[in-house]
Design a protein around this ligand. Structure first.
Ligand SMILES: NC(=O)c1ccc[n+]([C@@H]2O[C@H](COP(=O)([O-])OP(=O)(O)OC[C@H]3O[C@@H](n4cnc5c(N)ncnc54)[C@H](OP(=O)(O)O)[C@@H]3O)[C@@H](O)[C@H]2O)c1
Length: 329
């Protein structure tokens, strides 16, 4: 089997490419920086210098590919800058369109598109499955939602057999830029408050996401969307407890009512916008967290036989230890 992978120099793409290479797949990785993919090349990957925003660099890339795994994306969940929004649209929306164009009339078995539960936005529901209508709020959420619309349109009007996976927050070794690390650092500094009520924080281990991508390739329906989440819902309270316990710390954990949290986030966001800085947190971030969502993986279980195999507490503790070993926590 031959795979074409975008985003292989990133967190999830790196795990996916290594798994495929280990399993004996041939992998062609489209990368902007060849040096960053030296490890994959040493494992036997073919590297092609390409940028998904530049269609000229994508000519012929899908030749001979059985599977396309499209992970390249730019994401910033707390941006308020117009430049950042433009960049997200260029990479996430136009980049997906360009990749799909490069795959038209090629005998690809499946184009697996990595979307995100971010595409849901703020639905007003706490229990969410694939039938819940999306209501994207932030620029990142809009870009992931629009990338899905493009993929669905190619499925309807072209020969490309696309399938969408929507993972929630992904954690695991190697995720050095993401939300998980940001939250762990906030817990460690004691700046993450005790939230009102039982707040769920959907998360999934990177090895589960890799398994889901392979399952979507093998069994996903063309045009299908599959939610990917961990074995069971994790409350923010438990998540924090596992993190600080593994760090062997007891930082402050002060209760803050929802209204105070929203007001504080609004103030931080407004001030950051005036100062033209990236806000550490936005009002949208707080609203999303407080919406306490739980995602159903029933459809993924039924249709593509995806079952999470990582026990959340073990996965979180192992990841925290890994981040400590890397001196990131
Ligand atoms: N991490 C999460 O919690 C999460 C949750 C749900 C969904 N997802 C989705 O899963 C996918 C992978 O996420 P991730 O966390 O692995 O992201 P990541 O670590 O930020 O990696 C992004 C990858 O995209 C590549 N890329 C960015 N712009 C590009 C361009 N113009 N042309 C070609 N490649 C480009 C980057 O290459 P460079 O190395 O050159 O920068 C990098 O390899 C994304 O689609 C994301 O939306 C992630």
């Amino acid at each position: 089997m031959k795979a074409l992978i975008t985003g292989a120099t990133g967190f999830v793409g790196g795990h996916l490419a290594k798994k495929l290479l280990t399993d004996g797949w041939e992998c062609r990785c489209l990368v902007r920086n060849i040096g960053r993919a030296a490890g994959l090349e040493a494992m036997g990957a073919e590297l092609r210098h390409a940028d998904v925003t530049d269609p000229n660099t994508l000519r012929g890339v899908a030749e001979g590919a059985d599977a396309v795994f499209h992970l390249a994306a730019y994401g910033n969940v707390s941006t308020v800058s117009g430049d950042e929004e433009t960049k997200m649209r260029r990479v996430n929306v136009e980049g997906t369109h360009n990749m799909l164009m490069a795959c038209v009339n090629k005998p690809i078995k499946k184009f697996v598109h990595f979307s995100s539960t971010a595409a849901f936005g703020l639905t007003g529901r706490s229990s969410i499955d694939e039938d819940v209508p999306c209501a994207p709020l932030t620029a990142y959420q809009h870009s992931k939602f629009d990338s899905e619309s493009i993929l669905k349109s190619f499925c309807e009007h072209s020969s490309v057999p696309g399938v969408i996976i929507r993972p929630c927050m992904i954690y695991g070794p190697g995720g050095h830029q993401g939300q998980f690390l940001k939250l762990c650092r906030m817990f460690k500094r004691g700046v993450f408050p005790r939230l009102p009520g039982q707040v769920w924080l959907p998360m999934v281990h990177v090895s589960d996401v890799v398994a889901a991508a392979l399952a979507a390739f093998e069994r996903g329906a063309t045009g299908g969307v599959y939610l990917i989440a961990g074995a069971r819902p994790v409350s923010v309270h438990d998540f924090r407890r596992w993190v600080v316990d593994t760090l062997d710390m007891s930082p402050p954990y002060i209760y803050a009512p929802a209204s105070v949290l929203k007001m504080a986030a609004w103030a931080v966001e407004t001030l950051s916008t005036i100062l033209r800085r990236q806000p550490p947190v936005t009002l949208a971030n707080v609203r999303m967290t407080l919406s306490s969502r739980r995602f159903s993986t029933e459809k993924a279980r039924r249709e593509i036989a995806f079952v999470s195999s990582v026990e959340p507490e073990q996965g979180v503790r192992d990841t925290v230890r890994h981040l400590m070993d890397e001196h990131l926590l």
